[in-house]
Design a protein around this ligand. Structure first.
Ligand code: SAM
Length: 387
């Protein structure tokens, strides 16, 4: 077996150069934990729309290590079941488990502000690599990691053992946390959630920190860091952009099928003030999710090729349909919630405030609601009620 130590040292040096890695203990962990152990039996590499399987067993050892130490996210499972050793050749599929790029993994661990002796709950074990980096510092008793997929969890557990960590690897829905080992000082989610489950807040010690990607779109999502208070609420804000696969139990079922049936009964029609194409940009997409939570952005085309764009909120039976109209767009809205009115109000207020970035967004979490705000402008304040 080739020694991966030079690859590990090189990876750590690159992450430090790129400022993703600064803590000496985390650098030591990256230099000592072999990432390749966590990629067995193999990975899928993006090959122009198809996923090409690359397995340890069928790859030259030196090439395998080069793949394993790429600063890339390496997909390890497609469609909730397929692993690289089972695929005969390049395949289509949707990634459902991966080893997140080390730049993101170490960046998130740095943002947790871990201290010796603390106890961490990780949601989304995946390959187990991020859990191993934390175990390296906190010890195997300091880390509890929850994975929803039993086979993914079993592979991660075996890899953690092979790396020398008999850690607490639990199969379950991480949205419930893991009460048996609570309280935790830190909760870190390496999957995205639509809202922070109150179970996580309850299981975090006052003064403890929860770090998670929030949002339901594949982009336009942010990394939220909140501190838990004595009264069972949590408060903080967004520390940057972030994109992760959705937590399975909260994953949105994409709107598909006959879109015209969903837009058959508009209540209003007008010219837009803001073109819907702004939703291709990260921050407007983020604000749209705050202003119209539950809405999905859907792209389609008319028979003649003209673009059609939609916002659909299936739960609230509401829609906004955008039709290209010469140089502009017409919006038809239907259902109890005027989705685009809410998004346009948010975008207008955000522009008037000078287009502040995601780090200006504050978040307060209680058992009944999430409150998001930018400054004190009531037009830049959104309450998402659970009850
Ligand atoms: C991006 S991967 C995690 C990356 C991992 N931390 C690593 O570095 O290897 C996300 C993982 O979250 C898991 N997951 C999705 N929904 C979950 C849930 N509700 N509870 C626990 N795990 C979940 C997926 O099965 C997947 O393995």
């Amino acid at each position: 077996m080739n020694d991966s130590a030079p690859h590990r040292r090189h990876l750590a040096a690159r992450l430090a150069e790129d400022s993703a890695l600064s803590s000496p203990w985390l650098r030591a962990a990256v230099e000592e934990v072999p990432r390749e152990l966590f990629l067995r039996p193999g990975v899928f590499l993006d090959d122009g729309g198809l996923w090409r399987p690359v397995t340890e067993a069928r790859t030259d050892p030196a090439d395998w290590l080069t793949t394993a130490y790429a600063i890339d996210t390496l997909t390890t499972q497609l469609d909730g079941h397929l692993t690289a050793d089972e695929a005969k050749g390049p395949v289509r599929g949707v990634p459902t488990s991966s080893s997140t790029t080390p730049a993101t993994v170490v960046g998130m661990i740095e943002a947790l502000g871990l201290e010796t002796g603390q106890r961490v709950l990780e949601i989304g074990t995946g390959t187990g690599y991020s859990a191993a980096l934390m175990c390296h510092h906190l010890g195997e008793d300091g880390v509890t990691t929850v994975e929803v997929d039993p086979e993914v969890c079993a592979r991660a557990d075996a890899a953690l053992e092979a790396a020398g960590f008999s850690t607490w690897t639990v199969v379950g829905d991480g949205l419930l946390g893991h009460p048996r080992r609570a309280p935790y000082d830190r909760v870190i989610a390496t999957c995205a959630v639509r809202r922070i489950p109150h179970a996580w807040v309850r299981q975090t010690r006052p003064g403890g920190v929860i770090l998670t990607t929030l949002g339901s779109w594949p982009y336009g999502t942010g990394l939220a860091r909140v501190t838990v208070h004595e009264d069972g609420t949590a408060e903080g804000g967004f520390i940057g952009r972030s994109s992760f696969m959705q937590a399975r139990a909260q994953a949105v079922v994409p709107v598909a099928g006959d879109l015209s049936a969903r837009t058959a009964y508009p209540d209003s029609e007008r010219a837009v003030k803001v073109p819907p194409t702004v939703l291709d940009e990260w921050m407007p997409a983020f604000l749209a999710q705050l202003a119209s939570p539950g809405a999905q952005f859907v792209r389609a085309a008319r028979g003649d090729g003209a673009p059609l764009l939609y916002l659909f909120d299936p739960e609230r039976e509401s829609f906004a349909e955008f039709v290209a109209d010469g140089d502009g767009w017409t919006v038809r809205q239907g259902g109890p919630v005027a989705l685009w009115d809410a998004v346009e109000r948010a975008l207008g207020a955000w522009r008037a405030a000078g287009t502040p970035d995601i780090t200006s967004v504050r978040l307060h979490v209680s058992g009944t609601r999430h409150t998001y705000r930018i400054g004190d402008d009531p037009a830049l304040r959104w309450e998402h009620h659970l009850a």
